[in-house]
Structures are given as C-alpha cells and as structure tokens.
Design a binder for this molecule. Structure first.
Ligand SMILES: O=P(O)(O)O[C@@H]1C[C@H](O)[C@@H](CO)O1
Length: 216
C-alpha cells in the first residue's frame, strides 16, 4: 500500500492485487486488502484491470467503464463472503444491484468527455483463470451479455460493497478475445503487459482527474 494525497484527498494505492488463481481460489484471503482499506476509512475504491474485449466495438487500448459484472467463480460458490461473517464488515447477505456506483460512473463519463476520451460502458465477466478462455467459452460469455473478460476484480468489488465502499471500475482492453476457433489467435500475457504499459500514463491521468473531482 502506498499512502499519499491527491487533489486534497487522502489516497491509498495498492501496488498489486492477489488473484484467486495464485492462492488456490481462497477469495477471502485475496480480498484482505479491501477489508484493511475499509478499516482505514476508505469510502471509494477505484479498481482497474486488464481484460480481453468481447464486444466487437472494443479495440486494443480502449478503456471500458464497468457498468456491471458477472462473477463466475462467485456463482460457482467461490465467493469471498462464504464462511463466518464478521459484522464489522457488513451484512451476511449482500446486495450487489448497484455494484458500480451510478454517480461515480457519470463523473468518469464527464471527465472522459472533457478529455476527448472514447469511453465505453459494459459488463465485465470474471473467469477463474489462469488459462485464457477458449473461443467457445468466450462465445458463451458473449451470449450472456459480457463485453469484456478477465480474472480479477469481482471478488474485490463484492467485499467493497459488503463494507459499504462505493466502487468505480474500468477495464483496459489489452487483447481481443477469440470467438471463433477457426480464426483464433494466441493470447499472451506479454501482449497484455505491453498494451497495459502503453496505456498506463493515460489511464493514471484519467484516474487522478476523477479523484480531483470526487465530492464524496
Ligand atoms: O489483475 P488483472 O485482472 O488486471 O490481470 C489480468 C488477468 C490476469 O491476471 C492477467 C492475464 O494476462 O492479466
């Protein structure tokens, strides 16, 4: 965690995250930093990820504002909320009908517009990874309404919402997910890192502009 100030606000920044595939799908462990942030008094969490584009409007390097998510591991019983519930962090049963805060999304759209950024809004789906998805799996996700896919974020957002932290999220499209086995190309983590590196400065300027304008 890196602590600082930005636009007159106290900010804590995670230098990385724990992915479920790195920790045997122990999602409670992976989301510990979110609980620590809650205990520190954090009110808003801005989360980002690298993702494969499913919606054909998305291109390499695009930013997609996350409107909603499909938490596939969560639906399969791998939720960070299973087990004993500690009421200091919120209720046993949590509603995620408003996982990505509408006001914050509007602020991001306004900031993006002012900076002439093309910003899409869409649904992020989290798969378990670490293997990239087959074309048939990507087609399945497209059918159920996903626009971009990755291997993180939903478990962290679920815990944040349990704790009452408001969330803004966006995906950086680092590759185009394969939809057809006959036309498919290899997805590589090097490509993901390369596109993420190229977009890093633009994305961090966008986030810091949003933070400057936060009124929460
Ligand atoms: O932490 P994120 O979701 O940004 O990382 C993505 C998903 C995998 O960990 C990795 C695949 O290249 O990038």
């Amino acid at each position: 965690m890196v602590f600082g100030q930005l636009g007159g606000k106290k900010v804590v920044c995670l230098q990385g995250r724990f992915h479920p595939y790195e920790h045997s799908m122990d999602l409670a462990l992976c989301t510990l930093p979110v609980r620590v942030m809650h205990q520190l008094g954090v009110k808003v969490m801005i989360v980002s990820n690298a993702a494969g584009g499913i919606n054909t409007v998305l291109r390499h390097g695009d930013l997609m504002l996350i409107k909603d998510h499909i938490f596939l591991p969560g639906l399969a019983g791998f939720s960070p909320l299973v087990g004993c519930n500690d009421p200091r962090f919120g209720a046993r049963f949590v509603s995620v009908h408003d996982a990505y805060d509408k006001q914050l999304r509007q602020l991001a759209i306004d900031v993006g517009r002012r900076n002439n950024m093309t910003l899409y809004e869409g649904v992020y789906v989290m798969s378990g990874g670490p293997q990239y998805e087959s074309p048939a799996e990507v087609s399945l996700f497209k059918t159920v309404g996903a626009d971009a896919l990755g291997m993180s974020t939903c478990h962290e957002v679920t815990v944040a919402r349990q704790c009452g932290i408001k969330v803004l999220g966006f995906s950086l499209i680092t590759n185009i997910a394969n939809l057809d086995a006959d036309q498919s190309v290899e997805v590589s983590h090097e490509e993901v890192l390369d596109i993420a590196k190229q977009a890093g400065e633009r994305a961090s300027r966008f986030v810091s502009d949003i933070i400057q304008e936060l009124t929460i």
